[in-house]
Write a protein that binds this ligand. Structure first.
Ligand SMILES: Nc1ncnc2c1ncn2[C@@H]1O[C@H](COP(=O)(O)OP(=O)(O)OP(=O)(O)O)[C@@H](O)[C@H]1O
Length: 669
């Protein structure tokens, strides 16, 4: 019995099922469960035989799955050899490695916070509340410069602790003022961050550290938040005029005594020039510079370096050392099943389930995938009335909610309340999948995330860096997977030019996991018995069919899918000129794109479908809010904006300067 189980483990790539866990399951399910497991092991043995013995031609001509296999010539070209049995052990098998000598940045310094001149109360709060004693390199370099009241421009890799690098000395300066800071004084410090979630997170960090100086108050202002609440706080404290003055001053001449600090993982030379307008006599810190190595005895002034001279096109950035980067080449029509297979593999089939962030290009796409996966992949964990008695117990554990990967979504068109809740829930979750736009790509610290999936390619390399930077933070391990279509494979070279190294994961390795994963899924309403897929192609076809049926039987899902399709195509047209040769809209097979949104309609029918209103009973989650609502919140109706503005909240490289938008503007003229 145990032997059988182990064989299935080797075949399917699931982590081994610990013997102790197995025994407890046996107690619960008794003899019937044993019979089911035995039967399933036999099935899997057969699968293994068929995978190694049956020639491809044979299954293609057979009835059932083979007849409508989704894997076509295009996909086979992307494989290296014919299907041979793969033993996956939960590890990622690398096919090709594209390596380049990257820039290294040590995360931690050898010095402690105690070695600085920071206030002892601050240091003890850090130790007690956050358990931090040793500084990171960027903190070691930045804190003394800020304490000297100098303007500074800081470049340091993602997850290296930049927030505390500026928060600590700023708070220290406020604590040490000769005249104690009072609530009536107005704001002393303005921290500007790119997203609301990051504003919330930064406020949390400041509030934690400020426990050592309770007379200093941190607040947070952001678009979409109820102004009433914020206004009440501002009247309470009489700050409103000061805030308005500071913003005006920042936007016009600046203020004589202002100290300005600018930090990023990807400060380019272009940004440096821009910074020249806001910063005065500033120092520059590059935490990755080798000059800092062993420079304990030097003072910081000596170690502040000039950034590496390189052309802006090929500028290299440090990436976390423990970040493993992969890519997978996926033909367009297999994108949906491959993404689903990867999610199931890492977040449902492994004994240690992953916490994953999946980046998509548009809000509509996030909405569609979230709803589709919730229905086809996740709701399967709940008991389905369509399962036969035997099927009901086929996979012990699937009924257990705790083993179910939870799906989250985040994009800029959600209400602020929803956004905050998702951010907090996902941060607290031990496992799960967050489907999001670039709104989650910068600055956010989402604890325990171990996989970043870029389902759509980011525009600029800096966007790639920020996205993968949501994992492998503060010296932890992390992985990133980039989806590319065959025509986009050149993008790897582009990343290589920036000294970013990736290894290829064969698509087959991802799809093979479906051989087992499909047993985890519920039977769709129309079927009472599931056929056993014998090959990964059949398993992929089975899953694609489930997706298409889910869309087909629900007019609202069709509308969401068509909207997702449309927005994907439009976003694809907005890559910057330099990337257009790899991401050429003319090379996009629109029929295959439709397939990747589980649509059976031809592209010519899709615009009508996308414009069809969603029924009132359907709760799309994505609230197509009235223009008046948006105006009240000081926001625009994104449906009226040029498309690029609706694609991504910021910085995706698909901005208004893209040739797509320019072309449209020229046409209008
Ligand atoms: N000295 C330290 N030792 C250990 N962990 C630290 C230290 N300083 C900060 N951290 C932790 O590192 C994590 C990442 O920090 P932070 O969010 O400030 O990174 P960042 O450099 O701003 O990243 P990004 O560029 O993505 O915005 C946080 O969980 C933070 O608590």
């Amino acid at each position: 019995m145990d032997e059988d189980i182990n064989i299935s483990v080797n075949l399917t790539g699931i982590d081994s099922f610990p013997a102790t866990k197995l025994k407890s399951k046996q107690k619960v399910f008794g003899n019937r469960a044993q019979r089911i497991k035995q039967r399933r092991s036999l099935k899997l043995n057969k699968l293994r035989e068929s995978e190694s013995n049956i020639p491809k031609q044979e299954f293609k001509n057979s009835k059932g799955f083979g007849k409508r296999t989704a894997v076509n010539e295009e996909q086979k070209q992307s494989e290296e050899s014919p299907a041979k049995k793969q033993k996956l052990n939960g590890k990622i098998n690398e096919k090709h490695a594209y390596s380049a000598e990257g820039i290294k940045e040590e995360v931690f310094a050898s010095t402690k916070f105690q070695d600085t001149s920071l206030h002892p109360h601050l240091i003890s709060t850090l130790e007690q509340r956050l358990g931090l004693t040793v500084m990171t390199r960027v903190q070691q370099l930045t804190i003394p410069v800020i304490l000297k009241n100098n303007d500074v421009l800081v470049k340091s890799q993602t997850g290296s602790g930049k927030t505390l690098a500026y928060a600590m000395p700023i708070i220290n300066c406020l604590m040490n003022r000769a005249i104690k800071v009072g609530r009536d004084d107005g704001p002393y410090v303005l921290v500007v961050v790119p997203t609301r979630e990051l504003a919330v997170q930064t406020l949390e960090t400041f509030s934690t550290v400020l426990q050592s100086a309770v007379w200093i108050v941190a607040g947070c202002l952001m678009g979409g938040e109820k102004r009433k609440t914020e206004k009440a706080r501002l009247l309470d404290m009489g700050y409103e005029k000061d805030v308005a003055e500071i913003v005006t001053a920042l936007n016009t001449k600046g203020n004589e005594h202002r100290q300005t600090i600018l930090l990023s993982a990807t400060l380019t030379t272009g940004v440096e020039r821009l910074a020249g307008m806001a910063l005065r006599n500033h120092e520059m810190i590059d935490a990755s510079s080798m000059e800092h190595e062993g420079s304990k005895s030097k003072n910081v002034q000596d170690t502040v370096s000039i950034w590496p001279q390189s052309s802006a096109d090929n500028q290299a950035f440090a990436l976390p050392e423990k970040l493993k980067q992969y890519f997978v080449i996926v033909p367009c029509k297999l994108r949906l099943v491959t993404l689903a297979a990867f999610i199931l593999w890492r977040c449902k089939m492994q004994s240690k389930k992953s916490k994953m962030v999946v980046f998509l290009s548009t809000q509509d796409s996030v909405e569609f995938h979230h709803r589709l996966f919730s229905q086809v992949l996740i709701s399967g964990a709940k008991k389905s009335s369509h399962l036969t008695e035997d099927e009901d117990n086929v996979l012990p554990g699937t009924k257990d909610e705790s083993e179910t990967a939870t799906l989250f979504k985040l994009h800029g068109e959600m209400s602020q309340k929803e956004r905050t809740k998702v951010f907090q829930d996902f941060s607290a979750a031990q496992q799960g999948v967050l489907l999001c736009t670039d709104v989650a790509s910068r600055g956010l610290h989402l604890p325990k995330v171990d996989w970043i999936v870029q389902y759509t390619t980011p525009g600029a390399t800096v966007d790639y860096i920020h996205r993968v930077g949501r994992t492998a933070r503060a010296g932890k391990q992390g992985n990133a997977l980039l989806f590319l279509m065959p025509a986009e494979a050149e993008y790897i070279k582009e990343l290589n030019n920036h000294k970013i190294s990736l290894s290829e994961v064969p698509i087959k390795d991802v799809l093979l996991t479906l051989l087992t994963a499909v047993y985890e899924l519920p039977l769709p309403p129309v079927l009472t018995k599931r056929q056993d897929p014998r090959t990964y192609e059949e398993a992929a076809t089975y899953l694609q069919d489930r997706f298409e049926e889910c869309v087909l039987r629900d007019p609202n899902m069709q509308t969401l899918a068509a909207k997702g399709y449309q927005s994907f195509v439009r976003a694809y047209a907005t890559y910057t000129t330099s990337l257009k040769k790899m991401f050429a809209i003319k090379d996009l097979h629109l029929g295959h794109v439709a397939k990747s949104f589980a649509l059976r309609q031809t592209p010519s029918h899709l615009s009508n479908l996308a414009n069809r209103p969603l029924s009132k009973a359907f709760n799309p989650g994505f609230r197509f809010r009235a223009k008046a609502d948006l105006a009240r919140e000081g926001r625009h109706d994104s449906r009226k904006l040029p498309f690029s503005a609706t694609v991504s909240e910021f910085g995706s490289g698909l901005g208004p300067n893209s040739s797509f938008v320019k072309k449209k503007a020229t046409k209008k003229k």
